[in-house]
Design a binder for this molecule. Structure first.
Ligand SMILES: Nc1ncnc2c1ncn2[C@@H]1O[C@H](COP(=O)(O)OP(=O)(O)OP(=O)(O)O)[C@@H](O)[C@H]1O
Length: 262
């Protein structure tokens, strides 16, 4: 069943087109990765789906609802968004930061159930010992985990993640990916994640969208999208792709043509 339906979506900053005629179906309870070079439009696409940006044309439906007709709080009850972790400063404790995720459900006034939910999420992520720490005194990787915890506390059917592993060591990268995978398999959440690491995308995703210059140039299972040809065309990189069943492993070898990616 389709959870997010995007049709003919175009977006531009001023007269500069950024997304062009994007049409994709994201299925309920699937883990979908968006890959592509710097500047391809991955973050812009996530921001359009979360209504942070308004497309110039086209439609996005969440279930049967057109995003255009959804109010801010309704969007927040349906979609949680984990932004790229650059310089996010919250002058609050970790507990208070995660509690902000409950706002779409209860407004400004928190009750015991919401606080319990926050403790539950902190425990599930193994970060309850950070609860009383100040958010802005944590490491980049710890802050990343707190932003993910805040999204989990939001308790939505869709979670959008913008490069959630970018600040993390390999142990924590796997930790985040396993957490998202558990959300998808156990809580039937739909996860859409922008990511640069093709091998993490390959291992964890049900579907990959490969973007270049604001267009989705390939979409499907990892084994259909992560091919030598696509990687050469989109990244300008020669790569070996070792196919282990449905999970290709990508080994980049050399640049083919400097300047393919921006
Ligand atoms: N606020 C802005 N104003 C104007 N142009 C912008 C703005 N934000 C992004 N862009 C441009 O939009 C294009 C797509 O950017 P976007 O951040 O969506 O790409 P991305 O694929 O997420 O890149 P990266 O992998 O580097 O994070 C880029 O050319 C970028 O320069």
């Amino acid at each position: 069943m389709v959870k997010i339906k995007i049709r003919d979506m175009c977006f531009g900053y001023g007269s500069t087109p950024i997304l062009e005629d994007v049409s994709v179906d994201i299925y309920r309870s699937s883990f979908v990765s968006i890959v592509g070079p710097n500047g391809a439009g991955k973050s812009t696409m996530l921001k359009c789906i979360n209504k942070i940006l308004m497309p110039n044309s086209g439609d996005i439906h969440i279930d049967e609802c057109n995003l255009k007709h959804m109010k801010r709080m309704e969007v927040a009850r349906n979609l949680a968004y984990v932004p790229q972790s650059s310089n996010r400063i919250f002058p609050t404790t970790v507990f208070e930061t995660v509690l902000m995720g409950r706002r779409p459900h209860i407004g400004w006034f928190n009750n015991e159930i919401d606080k319990e939910k926050v403790w539950q999420v902190l425990e599930e992520m193994g970060i309850e010992d950070l609860a009383l720490c100040s958010f802005d005194e944590l490491s980049g990787g710890q802050q990343q985990k707190i932003l993910i915890a805040r999204a989990l506390a939001q308790d939505t059917g869709v979670i959008l993640l913008d490069e959630p592993t970018s600040n993390l060591d390999i142990w924590h990268q796997l930790d985040v990916m396993e957490s998202v995978q558990r959300l998808v398999s156990e809580k039937k959440v739909t996860a859409l994640m922008a990511v640069h690491d093709l091998n993490l995308a390959s291992r964890y995703s049900d579907q990959i969208l490969m973007m270049k210059d604001g267009k989705v140039v390939s979409a499907g299972k990892p084994s259909q999208v992560l091919t030598t040809e696509n990687i050469a065309k989109v990244y300008g990189v020669e790569a070996h792709v070792y196919n282990h069943a449905e999970t290709p492993y990508v080994m980049p070898l050399k640049q083919l043509d400097v300047g393919v990616s921006s």
